[in-house]
Design a protein around this ligand. Structure first.
Ligand code: ATP
Length: 350
């Protein structure tokens, strides 16, 4: 195993045994490798087997077959205490045991290293402080874990994993239930940790757009198989569209974002801008959002459209207005996208 490889699995099958010892294979993976400093997002639809894979890689679940080597040793050969020195696992639903303080919670990450007398050393104390500083939660150190918000608690659980100081950190949906700012913060924080401490980090997530922007590599699970690649490779191979798009969700490969589309085509349109209109950034933005609205309603752009929509400067009001041509009718309406859509819909359905 190369020096930078932290985990390597070979011919790994994940899954479960029922009461009668009948096995269900959930995932079948040829080779999976995690290297030092990797920040990897594990993605896939609900129920595809992300948690099962993480639990198997962490040794919580036995593989159906195949091997997992961590730090040059088979995971089955590790005692629990030895395993907690090579990998830490952050769960999505934080199980709070007792009424511990933030400091005591992060201290738990140091228990694999307690000395003969079961005592934590000043070095352990320093590592706990450092971990809380790394996640930006040092100000919470004296608080009770039960008195934190979900985002704060998640940062503390990540601090505990940092304090555990393992080469490998696995996280199961660490951003579930968090608001956008906290989701981005957790992603960036984990990436910083991967870089700064050369940890290998694998997290399961449903954040496709964020993973494309922040992760080094993506592992995409589908039908029990895993496709691995950098975001640019994954996008250019059309993998995101294939796995995550459907008739209602389109993927914009240039922007790396999803667009919501309607099931049925309603009407076709074309938008143009009058030469008297000054095209500012705001106008351009407005039009692009009008088009998103149209897309979500099932309207398609066409060169031979049902509706010709022209953005003009109204001579009287000096405001920008939409001029709509449909059959032999002309109608005007406010710049607003919803107003435009409703006006067109009325003409179309009358
Ligand atoms: N203990 C279990 N015994 C049997 N089957 C299980 C068990 N836990 C999960 N499964 C099944 O294994 C499959 C994969 O579940 P898993 O939780 O790994 O999916 P996931 O990709 O993490 O899903 P989600 O995105 O919804 O969290 C599902 O069909 C699930 O019902």
């Amino acid at each position: 195993m190369g020096n930078d490889i932290v985990l390597k699995s070979t011919s790994l099958k994940t899954g479960y045994y029922n009461k009668n010892k009948v096995k269900t294979v959930i995932g079948d993976f040829k080779n999976l490798t995690l290297e030092k400093g990797d920040f990897i997002a594990l993605l896939g639809p609900n129920g595809v087997g992300k948690s099962t894979l993480l639990k198997t890689l962490s040794g919580e679940l036995l593989p159906i077959s195949g091997s997992i080597i961590i730090d040059n040793r088979n995971i089955l050969d590790y005692s629990n205490i030895e395993k907690s020195k090579v990998l830490s696992f952050v769960f999505s639903n934080v199980q709070i045991v007792g009424n511990l303080s933030v400091k005591e919670t992060v201290m738990m990450g140091r228990y694999p290293y307690v000395n003969w007398w079961g005592k934590l050393s000043p070095k352990d104390d320093a590592l706990v402080i450092q971990a809380l500083e790394d996640v930006g939660a040092i100000h919470l150190i004296e608080r009770k874990i039960t008195q934190l918000s979900d985002g704060e608690r998640q940062k503390v659980m990540i601090a505990r994993a940092i304090a555990q100081d393992t080469p490998l950190i696995l996280l199961d949906e660490p951003t579930a239930h968090l608001d956008l700012i906290n989701r981005i913060e957790i992603f960036q924080l984990l990436k910083r940790i991967a870089r700064k401490h050369q940890k290998s980090i694998l997290l399961s997530t449903h954040e496709v757009e964020m993973s494309l922007q922040i992760a080094d590599k993506m592992w995409i699970l589908e039908n029990g198989k895993c496709t691995i690649g950098t975001p640019d490779a994954i996008i250019s191979e059309g993998e995101i569209e294939r796995v995550f798009s459907n008739k209602n969700i389109g993927f914009d490969t240039n922007q790396g974002t999803f667009n919501y589309c309607a099931d049925k085509t309603l009407f076709s349109y074309n938008i143009s801008i009058d030469s008297n209109v000054e095209i500012t950034e705001e106008t351009r933005l407005r039009i692009s959002w009008v088009e998103k609205k149209f897309l979500s309603e099932g309207c398609v752009r066409s060169d031979t459209p049902d509706f010709i929509i022209h953005l003009i400067l109204d001579n009287n009001s000096k405001n920008l207005v939409w001029d709509i041509s449909y059959l032999n009718t002309n109608k005007r309406c406010e710049m607003d996208g919803l107003d435009l859509f409703k006006t067109i819909l009325k003409l179309y359905t009358r």
